[in-house]
Design a protein around this ligand. Structure first.
Ligand code: ADP
Ligand code: MG
Ligand code: MG
Length: 864
């Protein structure tokens, strides 16, 4: 019942059922619905709450045989927050509620421990003042510090009864100064304030920020757990702590945790005193320790997942205060999954389902050593995982030059553009001061498996001065910098890195995933290196080979430009003839890596001007050529003219994709000839050609594809490729194509959803613009709960995908369906594509393992 009771409340009651009521302090839970009602009424208590709380409290008092605020043996309670999903430390909790001037005397008498009673009272006044009435924490800390100075002691635990009494008086004074009221002595009043404070903490800054990052809806509300107190601060036989059922970093099957003797729970996390590791408890309180280990096992077996618990020992008696599934790093998640199957606790399916697939990224890149300590220079968005260290360079050219000399560099720019791509290859990592997870830098970096931190807005990157300024530090060319793209941290420290490994455990999880999943997993790759990497990671073919990248290489640009600038077809054909052998070579390398597997080759897609220099640069060049009277002037002027001629207001919606080939069929002809020749050559050498799938981009009209198909079939035949296993299909990336998918299917062997462009065209969003301009506001105003470029917009773009899949298969039942946009590596989107009935997803090489696990999880989640 976690939706109603919150995770903490639901698990407390479940624990008391499994472990017995004597192990879990009694209490009651105010539902999340009450919190929602309170919020909706503008922070005012819903009718009936007060009476129901009074009834529940009465039952608790009867059960405990104690009364809140009584002068003899008083009942004390904690008032604890607890949302549907755990938000550790993000909301408020009040301990020792019910203490007042009378009950402190009663508690002292009843326990024979005056110090304990006054310690509990001062803790309560302190917490209540701070949490419920906003007395600043610093004022409280100052008061404690000066009390300790006056008493000449170092630790809180060394304060005497009289010191504690003084402190209570000081705190009451702070309370009066802040609120203009006396500290409330009536426990009912205390309780109401504490409940409101917990409700309010749902809307506190910390909680709001945490929800934003973790995508937890703001309208869930928190439950409030009112629970009888047990005391870890009753002396040397008492303690408070946290315990994990397995090592929380590595997942090794030994329990781990921290605890503090003679302390209440908040001391363990607050860092006031340094806690001891859990093994130490074995020596200090062997019995409670062994009970705890026993309980951890029982909880794990019950919840069938690794547990993260909080406990208190009161004079030798162990109480469990909380349990939840442990949030864990990827390595621990994988280790647990494998061990749980070996221990026969979980089936393979159940074990695979416990893994957070998105986090597996961390296992595929080097990261900062988690044990390292260093100063953080700045923080940005964790845009592409993995860590990198190197010298600062400011341009792609410098990165390429430095890499050629064998130097490690980090490319540092305000933002990046298409021209910088070569620099990504050369650099160890990318750092930008602008843009987010869907910025150019982030997308390209993730595609190449380069670590990247983006949008580190504290950095002032001055390309003219060639300086990075940040909080008084100035860094320049060659200064060393380190980034962790998994956490978004930037530092100048030489942090040790730890290498990634697909270890034995991860291998097993991947093997199981392959047995379970229905979706195929391919990769997006344009180079033999990427193809090889992806094969190592388990890719079952290439779902998208972008041929334009092959023309971007520096030595080919001149030939490409000659082709584009050609004024007549014969001239263009001559230039294409020079490009053909180079293109063929590229395909041969790729096909060798993928022999026998499907390879989808997309013919040229981007607008031609992307291959041409910027007009402003040309103008400068022309000025230079004029003043120096060099002989390239003519050529430059001709180029500028053509650049102007080709310029479009909106190139992404302009002359690109198949539109280009309708104008100039000879470009696709050349590409198809190169593909056929390469496949034949590979077949001759190794005996295996790949299963070729030639893909036409940006099709809107069925007639476009029909024409392209004719062109391809004719070219294949002319090139002597009749015996090849070769099919022709199309990208589906325009809404019209989705609507007329049945007609397009008549001339297509396969569809591959290009969900990046489909998202742009369905939403009318220009990806490069929305990220930097308004997406943040849209997230904040909850118009969208995540970027549609990160996770597919299921109701909108997803609906187009389903429609096209449905009507496409209606007209051609064996139509093959895949997806090759960025979404192909996003676990949440993969789940959707599984449900939409696609045959495979294709993603960047480094996301292949994630996609394998996510595809298995989709199959598990929707089984039966
Ligand atoms: P958080 O969600 O921040 O962990 P909790 O509600 O779990 O907040 O409370 C924090 C700590 O307060 C607990 O870890 C525990 O040590 C202590 N605490 C809470 N309730 C009780 C209780 N009934 N008896 C003793 N200690 C408690
Ligand atoms: Mg807790
Ligand atoms: Mg596209």
């Amino acid at each position: 019942m976690r939706e109603l009771l919150g995770g903490k409340g639901a698990n407390i009651s479940e624990m008391s059922r499994i472990l017995g009521p004597e192990r879990v302090p009694a209490g009651f839970t105010i539902t999340t619905e009450a919190c929602v009602a309170y919020m909706n009424a503008g922070r005012s208590e819903p009718a009936g709450l007060e009476r129901q709380v009074a009834d529940a409290l009465l039952r608790l008092e009867q059960q405990a045989g104690k009364r809140l605020g009584a002068s003899e043996d008083p009942l004390l309670v904690s008032v604890r927050s607890g949302a549907r999903e755990s938000m550790p430390g993000m909301m408020d909790t009040v301990l020792n509620l019910g203490m007042n001037d009378r009950s402190v005397v009663g508690l002292a008498k009843q326990t024979g421990n005056e110090r304990f009673a006054w310690d509990s009272y001062r803790r309560f006044v302190q917490m209540f003042s701070n949490v419920c009435r906003g007395v600043p924490g610093e004022d409280i800390e100052d008061a404690i510090r000066s009390q300790k100075e006056k008493a000449g002691v170092k630790l809180d635990t060394e304060l005497s009864v009289d010191d504690l009494k003084d402190l209570v008086e000081t705190f009451k004074g702070l309370y009066r100064d802040k609120t203009g009221e006396d500290f409330p002595q009536n426990p009912q009043v205390q309780l109401r304030h504490a409940i409101w404070a917990v409700f309010d903490s749902w809307m506190g800054d910390r909680a709001v920020e945490y929800r934003r990052i973790n995508r937890i809806p703001g309208d869930w509300g928190t439950a409030v757990n009112v629970q009888q107190m047990v005391f870890g601060n009753k002396g040397e036989g008492s303690c408070s702590g946290v315990a994990f059922s397995r090592d929380e970093i590595t997942g090794a099957p030994e329990p781990s945790g921290d605890f503090l003797v003679n302390a209440q729970g908040e001391d363990v996390v607050s860092g006031v005193r340094t806690p001891l590791p859990l093994e130490e408890m074995k020596k200090i309180m062997p019995e409670a320790h062994s009970e705890l280990l026993h309980i951890l096992r029982a909880l794990e077996a019950h919840y069938r997942d690794m547990q993260d618990t909080e406990f208190t020992v009161e004079e030798g008696r162990l109480y469990m205060l909380q349990t939840r599934s442990a949030k864990r790093p990827a390595q621990a998640a994988v280790r647990f999954a494998v061990d749980a199957v070996e221990e026969t606790m979980l089936s393979r399916e159940e074990a695979v389902a416990t893994i957070d697939a998105a986090r597996l990224d961390a296992l595929l890149h080097p990261t900062f050593d988690p044990k390292a300590e260093f100063d953080v220079l700045a923080r940005g968005v964790n845009a592409s995982p993995g860590a990198a260290k190197g010298e600062i360079v400011f341009t792609a050219d410098e990165a390429v030059a430095a890499a050629a000399e064998g130097r490690d560099v980090v490319l540092v720019r305000p933002f990046t553009e298409a021209d910088d791509v070569a620099g990504f290859f050369a650099a160890k990592g990318i750092l930008t001061s602008e843009g987010g997870k869907a910025s150019h830098a982030a997308l390209v970096a993730r595609g190449m498996g380069r670590p990247a931190v983006c949008g580190a807005s504290d950095l002032e990157i001055d390309l003219t001065a060639r300086e990075v300024r940040v909080n008084g530090t100035v860094l320049g060319d060659g200064d060393r910098i380190a980034i962790d793209g998994s956490t978004g941290v930037v530092t100048t420290a030489d942090v040790p890195l730890v290498a990634p490994e697909v270890d034995r455990n991860f291998h097993r999880v991947l093997e199981w995933s392959d047995e379970i999943r229905r979706l195929g997993v391919r990769t997006n790759a344009d180079t033999p290196e990427d193809a090889r990497k992806a094969r190592e990671f388990g890719a079952e073919g290439i779902g998208l080979c972008r041929t334009e990248h092959m023309f971007m290489a520096a030595e080919r640009q001149a030939k490409m430009r000659a082709m584009i600038l050609a004024e007549e077809e014969s001239e263009r054909r001559a230039a294409l003839d020079e490009l053909m052998p180079l293109q063929q070579q590229d395909f041969e390398g790729l096909f060798e890596e993928m022999a026998g597997l499907p390879v989808t080759v997309r013919l040229l897609d981007p607008p031609l001007h992307e291959f041409l220099p910027h007009a402003e640069d040309l103008v400068h060049e022309i000025e230079r050529a004029r003043s120096e009277n060099t002989d390239d002037l003519d050529e430059l002027e001709r180029t500028l003219e053509q650049v102007h001629h080709l310029a479009e207001v909106n190139p992404m919606l302009g002359t690109r994709g198949c539109r280009l080939a309708i104008l100039h069929p000879e470009i696709y002809e050349m590409q198809v000839r190169a593909i056929v020749r390469a496949a034949m050559a590979v077949k001759r050498r190794s005996g295996h050609a790949p299963q070729l799938e030639i893909m036409i981009p940006l099709v809107a009209y069925e007639k476009e594809l029909e024409l392209m198909r004719e062109l391809i079939e004719q070219t294949v035949e002319d090139a002597g490729g009749g015996s090849l296993d070769l099919t022709v299909g199309t990208m589906i990336e325009l809404p019209r194509a989705c609507f007329v998918a049945d007609r397009i299917a008549e001339v297509a062997d396969f569809f591959s959803f290009g969900t990046n462009d489909l998202t742009q065209t369905a939403l009318g969003f220009s990806r490069d613009d929305v990220e930097g301009k308004f997406l943040a506001k849209y997230l904040e105003r909850k118009i969208v709960d995540r970027s549609p470029f990160e996770t597919v917009d299921k109701p909108g773009v997803g609906c187009l995908v389903r429609l096209a899949a449905w009507v496409g298969r209606e007209s051609k039942p064996d139509l093959k369906l895949g997806i090759c946009g960025e979404h192909g590596g996003d676990p949440d989107s993969i789940d959707f594509f599984h449900m939409a009935g696609l045959d495979y997803v294709s993603c960047s090489p480094y996301r292949v393992p994630i996609a394998r696990v996510a595809a298995a999880q989709a199959a598990i989640a929707h089984a039966g």
